[in-house]
Design a protein around this ligand. Structure first.
Ligand code: ADP
Ligand code: MG
Length: 260
């Protein structure tokens, strides 16, 4: 963590975020700041609302209350229910373009080559000339350690390689923010490290990231802030040295004992 980061205004501000499914409250008033260049690791037991929170930040879910602000633009509603601003489709589209997401199951297009997977959205959505998109894709492949794999299909690659392609694909949209939802949970143990290394490189290069993971070693090394979620609330937050070493909340202690 560098001292400079703490002075900047947050790239992401989440305030009073609430979300229910049916009658079940899944996010119960989340407040979260993520500054530019910071890595926030979200920890918490299964069902605590981690994925839902990421999906709200990415506007894949519409919150029932509160709001998500990205780079000063607010999407959502005030906590008191007063309408702050409509969920305007154009604003949502613009914000989503700033936010990349990497999923547990990679979600690559199986019928497309690696190169097509990476260039598809930049060409189709951003209107980048194909040649430029291809050149950028090759740079990104080198960056994730997959030089020369342009013409492979996802099924010809290991899970770790596919996940690195998924990261390159997200980067191809030049996001301001990258969200990771348990990016290594579907991988064989020997492939976890290569993906975490790429993520650590990204963090070092200054990418702003929110990462849901159970990889405590990664959190300790890379996170600026660790946030512990339980029952849709943030029960503990702070630098990894505090939250991971001396959690004050009973549920956080029990969780850490179980995953370590
Ligand atoms: P986590 O990622 O921490 O495991 P989730 O955000 O996926 O937690 O889920 C939190 C709770 O919300 C769980 O109880 C889950 O069953 C419920 N939930 C998540 N998505 C949906 C959905 N689309 N419809 C109904 N319930 C959902
Ligand atoms: Mg989840």
């Amino acid at each position: 963590m560098s001292a400079g980061k703490s002075g900047q205004r947050p790239l992401v501000r989440v305030r009073g975020l609430r979300k229910s499914y049916g009658g079940t409250l899944v996010l119960d008033g989340i407040d979260l700041d993520v500054r530019e260049g910071e890595v926030t690791v979200l920890l918490g037991p299964s069902g605590s609302g981690k994925s839902t929170l990421l999906r709200c930040v990415n506007h894949l879910e519409k919150p029932d209350g509160g709001f998500v602000e990205i780079d000063g633009e607010i999407v959502g509603y005030r906590q008191d229910g007063a309408r702050l601003r409509e969920l305007r489709p154009r604003l949502v589209t613009r914000q989503r373009a700033h936010v990349g997401m990497v999923f547990q199951q990679f979600n690559l297009f199986p019928h497309m080559t690696v190169l097509e997977n990476i260039t598809d959205a930049p060409v189709a959505v951003r209107g980048l000339p194909r040649k430029q998109a291809v050149a950028h894709a090759r740079e990104l492949l080198a960056r994730v350690g997959l030089d020369g794999r342009e013409d492979s299909y996802p099924r010809q690659m290991s899970g770790g390689q596919q996940q690195r392609v998924a990261i390159a694909r997200a980067l191809a949209m030049e996001p301001r923010l990258l969200l990771f939802d348990e990016p290594t949970s579907a991988l064989d143990p020997e492939l976890v490290g290569e993906v975490l290394n790429v993520m650590q490189d990204l963090a070092t290069s200054g990418m702003t990231m929110i990462v849901v993971t159970h990889e405590i070693g990664f959190a300790r090394k890379v996170a600026d802030t660790v946030v512990f979620l339980d029952g849709g609330r943030i029960v503990e937050t702070g630098p990894p040295a505090d939250v991971l070493t001396a959690p004050r909340h009973e549920r956080a202690r029990a969780f850490l004992t179980a995953v370590l």
